[in-house]
Design a binder for this molecule. Structure first.
Ligand code: AP5
Length: 234
C-alpha cells in the first residue's frame, strides 16, 4: 500500500453493478491507486476453469449459462484469500457479494475477523453501485476482448488493442468470454436483477451505499469513484 494511504473507514469496498458496468475496470484502477488487493470472484473462477480444478469443473457449466455458482463453492476460497496479510486492512471485492445471503456471510466474516487477533481493520463494508443503461451494457459486452495470458481487458469501441487481435503487452491472441454471447448476457442481466440488485437496498438501509453514474467514459467514472471513497483513506 502506498505510504500515505491508511484505511480508516471500511473493511471492504464492494463494487456492485450489472454485467459490463465496469466493475473490473474500476476495481483494477482503485486497487493500483490505493494499494489495496482486488478480488474478482469471476476471475478466480475462470482461473480454476483454465486449470481444470474440481471447483472449475463445477463452475464452468453454470458460468457458460449465466447462472450463479453455489455459495458453498465460493466461501472457503474467499475466506482463505481474505485472511492473507495483504487483505488485513481492506479489500476491493468485484463480483462478490451477489445475493443477500452472500452479503450476510461477508458481514459475519468481517466481524469475526475483527474479533480475532488477525486484524484491526474496520468491520463495515461500503458498496459502490455503478449504474449503466442496458443498451450501453450490450454494446460494451459485445466489444469486450481479453488477454488469456495477462488478463488485460480491451474494448473494440472504447479501448482497442494496438495490433488487431493481439494483446498490447504480451502479443497473446485476444479472446471473447464464453458468457458474452447475446443470449447469455440477457440471462446474466436477469440473474442480476433478481439476486444482486436487492443488495442496493440492503446496503442503502445500513447507510453503506454510494451510487455512481457509470455511463460515462472510464476516466470520468474513475474520478467519481475516487471522490466517493476518499473518506475511506487517510
Ligand atoms: P463476473 O466475471 O464477475 O462477471 P459480471 O459480474 O457479469 O461482470 P463483467 O466481468 O461481465 O463486467 P464488469 O462490470 O467487470 O465490466 P468490465 O470492467 O469488464 O462473473 C462471471 C460469472 O461468474 C457469473 O455470471 C457467475 O456465473 C460467476 N460468479 C462470479 N461471482 C460470483 C458470485 N459471487 N456468486 C456466484 N457466482 C459468481 O467492462 C466491460 C467492458 O466495457 C470492457 O470491454 C471494458 O473495457 C469496457 N468498459 C468498462 N468501463 C467502461 C466505460 N466507463 N466506458 C466504456 N467502456 C467501458
Amino acid at each position: 500500500m502506498p505510504a500515505r494511504t491508511k484505511v480508516v473507514a471500511a473493511g471492504a469496498i464492494i463494487l456492485l453493478g450489472p454485467p459490463g458496468a465496469g466493475k473490473g475496470t474500476q476495481a483494477k484502477h482503485l486497487g493500483a491507486k490505493y494499494g489495496v488487493p482486488h478480488i474478482s470472484t469471476g476471475d478466480v473462477l475462470r482461473n480454476h476453469i483454465e486449470r481444470g480444478t474440481e471447483l472449475g469443473l463445477q463452475a464452468s457449466g453454470l458460468m457458460r449459462r449465466g447462472l450463479l455458482v453455489p455459495d458453498e463453492l465460493l466461501y472457503d476460497m474467499l475466506a482463505e484469500r481474505m485472511t492473507h496479510p495483504d487483505c488485513a486492512s481492506c479489500v476491493i471485492l468485484d463480483g462478490f457479494p451477489r445475493s443477500i445471503a452472500q452479503a450476510e456471510w461477508l458481514d459475519r466474516f468481517l466481524s469475526m475477523r475483527a474479533a480475532s487477533d488477525f486484524s484491526s481493520a474496520p468491520i463495515e463494508p461500503v458498496a459502490i453501485l455503478i449504474n449503466v443503461k442496458q443498451e450501453e451494457i450490450l454494446h460494451r459486452l459485445a466489444g469486450r476482448r481479453s488477454c488469456p495470458t495477462c488478463g488485460q481487458v480491451y474494448n473494440l469501441s472504447y479501448r482497442p488493442e494496438r495490433t488487431k487481435g493481439l494483446c498490447d503487452f504480451d502479443r497473446t491472441e485476444l479472446a471473447v468470454r464464453p458468457d458474452d454471447s447475446e443470449d447469455v448476457i440477457h440471462q446474466r442481466l436477469k440473474v442480476y436483477e433478481k439476486n444482486t440488485l436487492p443488495l442496493a437496498e440492503y446496503y442503502r438501509a445500513k447507510g453503506q451505499l454510494m451510487e455512481i453514474d457509470g455511463n460515462r467514459p472510464v476516466g470520468r467514472v474513475m474520478a467519481e469513484t475516487t471522490r466517493a471513497i476518499r473518506r475511506i483513506f487517510a
